[in-house]
Design a protein around this ligand. Structure first.
Ligand code: PLP
Length: 402
């Protein structure tokens, strides 16, 4: 049985946590130091400054020892008051989970979702497309009482492989002349897909360590704007651990009010160095190219891509819809057992209907070709009639493009 004693490296091709480069693992293996000592202060200042370049901001970025969910909570708890209405656009499972979190905090999420026709997935039409900014503009124009305090969108919806045009959402808010804060989750977009906190006028950007930054899970981020900091002075939701004021104050010298995750910060330091050496534009182009190769394979198989709008294909992951009657989770399980390859499951409304291929983290053309080979063999073993060889299509794609 192949799964009894797997050899070689496991293929972690879920859309996060992503494979961690050896260079980062080595950096994290150094001894833990005194988090109040001088050496730590220098590390703190270096990562706090370096991470701003990745968010493309000059404003403070708060670093939490937390998962992304913690950073979601922090964004809302620091800026809003009990009972506030927040306009949340449902692009997929993560947008839906963020709305559930808002409800639990005592906020009133109002959900917007595209409800047009979709022949392939009639049960989830808005889970195949990006945010429709004009819907946000129309809703804000009707909000003459200004009850909506924030607009929340997910930049790269990890459950579907669909991105959203954040700049268009900012334009929609401005066109409506509405004062709502703009909050954006780019937990799986940051450092893989182009993201511009300042230029796009985002008030709070939420992210995490385990995707494009190529780190293990355990760091959450909030990038702030002056308006978000101002809102935090009067916001009424209770918060303590998440409170920005004390953290931002202590961060001026590179320290935290509590014990930060020192070894993950070593890893972040190394990750920032790697991103700087390659250059962000090159990093973004590399992910676009990988995504192009993977989509060439899916298209050659004759299977639908979860994202129905080519303008917003994710550079980070590709969702693949399985034919009716083919349980995508059984297929994933088979591929895991036979080829030691982990693929992302279909989440929420998509359970059993699709799987997700992550193309981020410590990867290259050949690891992606091997991933696609695992998928193709698995699809054949599951009895799926393929239109052609996806591996061949991806080889042709990668072979031509440098
Ligand atoms: N938002 C998005 C877009 C995500 O991809 C994830 C995790 O995959 C989360 C939020 C939740 O983050 P975490 O699981 O780190 O709490």
């Amino acid at each position: 049985k192949l799964d009894a004693h797997p050899t070689g490296r496991h293929f972690l091709q879920i859309p996060g946590p992503s494979p961690v480069p050896d260079r980062i693992l080595r950096a994290m293996s150094l001894p833990t130091i005194d988090h109040r000592g001088p050496e730590f202060g220098a590390l703190g200042l270096a990562v706090l400054s370096g991470i701003r370049e990745v968010f493309q901001t000059r404003q403070p970025v708060v670093i939490y020892p937390s998962s992304g969910t913690g950073a979601w909570e922090a964004a809302l708890a620091n800026t809003l008051s009990p009972g506030d209405t927040v306009l949340m656009y449902e692009t997929g499972q993560f947008a839906a989970l963020w709305a559930r979190l808002a409800t639990r905090l005592g906020l009133r999420p109002e959900i917007l979702a595209w409800d047009g026709e979709d022949a392939v997935l009639p049960q989830a039409p808005s889970w195949r497309r990006g945010v429709q900014a004009e819907m946000i503009e129309a809703r804000l124009r009707r909000d003459s009482e200004r009850t909506i305090k924030a607009v929340c969108v997910v930049h790269n919806e990890t459950s579907t492989g669909v991105t959203s045009d954040v700049a268009a959402v900012r334009r929609a808010i401005d066109a409506a002349g509405h004062p709502a804060l703009l909050m954006v989750d780019t937990i799986s977009g940051l450092a893989s897909a182009d993201y511009r906190h300042d230029e796009w006028g985002v008030d709070v950007t939420i992210s995490g360590s385990q995707k494009g930054l190529m780190l293990p899970p355990g760091i959450g981020f909030n990038a702030l704007s002056p308006r978000a900091l101002e809102a935090s002075k009067t916001a009424g939701l209770p918060r303590s651990y998440w409170a920005w004021d004390e953290i931002v104050e202590m961060n001026r010298d590179g320290y935290w009010p509590y014990t930060p995750n020192t070894n993950l910060l070593y890893g972040l330091h190394e990750s920032l160095a790697m991103l700087k050496e390659e250059g962000l534009p090159q990093v973004f182009a590399r992910h676009q190219r990988w995504a192009g190769g993977v989509r060439a394979a899916v298209t050659a198989w004759g299977l639908p891509i979860q994202c129905a709008d080519p303008a917003v294909y994710s550079p980070v992951l590709t969702g693949v819809i399985t034919p009716p009657g083919v349980d995508a989770d059984a297929l994933r399980q088979l591929i895991h057992q036979r080829f030691d390859l982990s693929l992302g499951t279909g989440l929420g409304k998509l359970k059993g209907r699709m799987f997700r291929i992550g193309h981020l983290g410590d990867s290259n053309d050949l690891t992606l070709l091997a991933t696609l080979a695992g998928c193709e063999m698995g699809l054949k073993l599951a009895g799926v009639a393929l239109a052609g060889s996806g591996v061949q299509a991806a080889m042709d794609f990668f072979g031509k493009q440098s």
